[in-house]
Design a protein around this ligand. Structure first.
Ligand code: PGA
Length: 261
């Protein structure tokens, strides 16, 4: 059995006010007072809801995550948020390179590298998102695209950032209701682990959690999470409802207890 602790992360994207976030956490804690044994959970609310979500989560065992960070430490960057500000709110994880930001902000691997560096300096674990578009998959470019996206790790040399988590999110599966098949996702995760192994060695690569994201639901989560190289999920739509998020946490526990069933 894998030594990696499964991890399910709620990515709320641009949903929920701070008030709605507090209501979610109250509802969720009523359903699941603590994460299932052997499962890690985190919630990534929008910036304005971070502080109140963090307070509401105190003592719950659920981590606080942010959806993005700026590549500089501080200064004249109107509208941006620095890693130190996130750390001050108790943020433990932060997404970098989500495909919606790649698409909308045209950020580059070089910027993602610097963002991860800022996070590490602030003691926050980077959750780096990669994944191919449908056109790239159809052209047979998936493996090359993933390798290219991992060049954001070049800045760290032969080491991986402390606490590093990777998320494989095929763009065509995000918010479409069309999740990757477990076999397809497993193949991409295996490839990513091989690429990580070439950079950082087999031991480090085997220790990294690689989450799957893209139309994960309580109905398909267990089968996806049971794949040998899938260590949980990064979940958008299905994480907005406390009962669904609780079901996803249970699915991660069940997948670990009886993988492949
Ligand atoms: P989805 O989003 O679960 O709504 O497909 C996943 C993500 O973008 O992180």
């Amino acid at each position: 059995m894998s030594a990696r602790t499964p991890f399910v992360v709620a990515n709320w994207k641009m949903n929920k006010t701070a008030t709605e976030a507090e209501a979610f956490v109250a509802g969720f804690r009523g359903l699941l007072p603590a994460p299932p044994p052997g499962v890690d959970l985190a919630i990534a609310p929008p910036f304005p809801a971070l502080e109140r979500t963090g307070r509401a989560l105190a003592g719950s065992g659920v981590g606080l995550a942010a959806q993005d960070v700026h590549a500089e430490q501080k200064g004249a960057y109107t509208g941006e948020v620095a890693a130190s500000m996130l750390a001050d709110l108790g943020v433990a994880f932060c997404l970098v390179g989500h495909s919606e930001r790649r698409r909308d902000r045209h950020e580059t691997e070089e910027q993602f590298a610097r963002k991860m560096k800022r996070l590490v300096e602030a003691g926050i674990a980077p959750l780096y998102c990669v994944g191919e578009t449908l056109e790239q998959r159809d052209r047979g470019e998936t493996d090359a695209v993933l390798a290219d996206q991992l060049t954001a790790l070049d800045l760290f040399g032969p080491d991986l950032p402390p606490g590093f988590v990777l998320a494989y999110e095929p763009v065509w599966a995000i918010g479409t209701g069309r999740a990757a098949t477990p076999e397809m996702a497993q193949a991409a995760h295996r490839h990513l682990r091989t690429l990580l192994s070439r950079r950082a060695g087999a031991v480090a690569a085997e220790a990294v959690r690689v989450l799957y994201g893209g139309s994960v639901t309580p109905a398909n989560a267990r089968e996806l999470f049971s794949q040998p190289d899938i260590d949980g999920g990064l979940v958008g739509g299905a994480s907005l409802n406390p009962a669904d998020f609780a079901a996803l946490a249970e699915a991660a526990a069940a997948a670990t207890a009886a993988p492949g069933s």
